[in-house]
Design a protein around this ligand. Structure first.
Ligand code: HEC
Length: 304
C-alpha cells in the first residue's frame, strides 16, 4: 500500500529518521525524569528522621530517664534467702534483666544488645567464663551491680534494692552453664553486707519529669518584680528587702495568712529570711516602710 507513495529506499530512510527521533525523545525523557531531579536534590540537606525517645519500662538506656520509682524503707533481709537460687528470685531476675540490661547485654547475655555495638569495651558474654573483672560469682556480680565498672558503660545499679541486685546476680549466672566456684570467704562477706542495716530507697523520677514539674511550678510562680523606674515607696522597700524574687513569690503564693495584716506579713517573712527570698534587713524596716511593703505585696500577689 504505502509503496504507492514512497519507494522502498525512501521508506527505509523515513523509518531510520523516525528511529533517531524516537531515540532522542527517549534520552531526553530519561534526562528529565532521572538526571534533573537527581541534580536538583543533590544539594538538599538530608532530612533527619526524628528519633523517638526511649520510653517505658523496657529498653531505656539513659539512667536519667529511668522509670519513676517510689522510695521507702526496706527492712534488712535474711541473706540465706538471697544466696540460695530459687525460682522466685530467678523469675524476678529475668524480669529485671529484660527491663534494664538487655539493651547492652542482649536477651541471652551474649553482649550483643542493640546498644552494645558502639561500646568500648563491649559488654562481655555471660555464657563464657573468660575475662570477668569482678568475677562471675554472686559476690562479684553483686559488686558490679552495686558499684558499676569504672571506665566502661556499666553503671552502678545501687538504687535497686539488694534483693533485686541478688535476683539479677542469679539470673546472670543462669545464662552461662560453666561451673561457678564461689569462695566461702566471699560468700560470708556478701552475707554480712546483705544482712547489714535496712535500706532507704530514695524516690526517683526521670530528669525530664522533674524538669516539667519545675517548669510548671515556675509558670505558676513567676518571680516578683517591680519596674526599675518605679520610685514609689512600696517599690523602693521592695527592692531593698526582696533578694530572691522567685523564691519570695513562691513562698507568698503558698499561703494567704500573711495577707491578714502587716503583723502577719512580718511573721511570714522574718523567721525564715533569707531562705524565703527576703533579706534579713527586713527586720529593720520602719512601720511606714512595712505599710508600703505590705500594700505593694498585696497588690502584686494574686491569691490562687
Ligand atoms: C549501658 C550498657 C549496659 C547496661 C544497661 C548494663 N550493662 Fe553490664 N556491662 C556493660 C559493659 C560495657 C560492661 C563492661 C564489659 C564487661 O566486663 O562485660 C558490663 C559488665 C557487666 C558485668 C561483668 C562484670 C565483670 O566482672 O566483668 C556484669 C555481671 C553486668 N555487666 C551485669 C549487668 C546487669 C545485671 C545489668 C542490668 C541490671 C547491666 N549489666 C546493665 C554495659 C551495660
Amino acid at each position: 500500500m504505502i509503496e504507492k507513495y514512497v519507494d522502498a529506499e525512501e521508506l527505509k530512510r523515513l523509518l531510520s529518521t523516525l528511529g533517531i527521533i524516537l531515540g532522542g525523545v527517549l534520552i531526553a525523557g530519561l534526562f528529565a525524569g532521572i538526571v534533573i531531579p537527581g541534580l536538583r536534590n543533590a544539594n538538599k540537606p538530608e532530612t533527619q528522621t526524628p528519633v523517638a525517645p526511649v520510653g517505658g519500662e523496657t529498653g531505656w538506656l539513659d539512667p536519667a530517664e529511668a522509670p519513676p520509682q517510689k522510695g521507702g524503707i526496706i527492712q534488712p533481709v535474711d541473706p540465706k534467702m538471697l544466696i540460695e537460687a530459687t525460682p522466685a528470685l530467678a523469675s524476678r531476675g529475668k524480669a529485671l534483666f529484660d527491663a534494664n540490661c538487655t539493651p547492652c547485654h542482649g536477651a541471652a547475655g551474649h553482649g550483643d544488645g542493640p546498644a552494645a555495638a558502639t561500646m568500648n569495651p563491649r559488654p562481655r558474654s555471660f555464657v563464657s567464663p573468660d575475662g570477668w573483672v569482678n568475677g562471675y560469682g554472686l559476690p562479684g556480680i553483686y559488686k558490679t551491680l552495686s558499684e558499676g565498672i569504672k571506665g566502661t558503660s556499666m553503671a552502678s545499679f545501687d538504687y535497686l534494692p539488694k534483693k533485686d541486685r541478688m535476683a539479677l546476680g542469679h539470673y546472670v549466672q543462669s545464662l552461662g552453664t560453666f561451673p561457678k566456684q564461689e569462695s566461702t570467704q566471699a560468700i560470708a562477706d556478701l552475707s554480712k553486707e546483705l544482712a547489714s542495716a535496712g535500706e532507704k530507697i530514695p524516690n526517683r523520677i526521670p530528669v525530664s519529669m522533674a524538669m516539667a514539674i519545675l517548669e510548671k511550678e515556675f509558670s505558676l510562680n513567676p518571680p516578683l518584680a517591680v519596674d526599675r523606674d518605679d520610685q514609689s515607696p512600696g517599690a523602693q522597700v521592695f527592692r531593698r528587702v526582696v533578694v530572691d524574687p522567685s523564691r519570695a513569690a513562691q513562698v507568698l503564693r503558698q499561703s494567704r495568712l500573711w495577707r491578714a495584716s502587716i503583723r502577719d506579713l512580718a511573721a511570714a517573712i522574718l523567721p525564715d529570711a533569707p531562705g524565703n527570698g527576703f533579706s534579713v534587713n527586713a527586720a529593720t524596716l520602719s512601720p511606714s516602710e512595712w505599710q508600703a511593703l505590705y500594700s505593694e505585696l498585696l497588690s502584686r500577689i494574686k491569691t490562687k
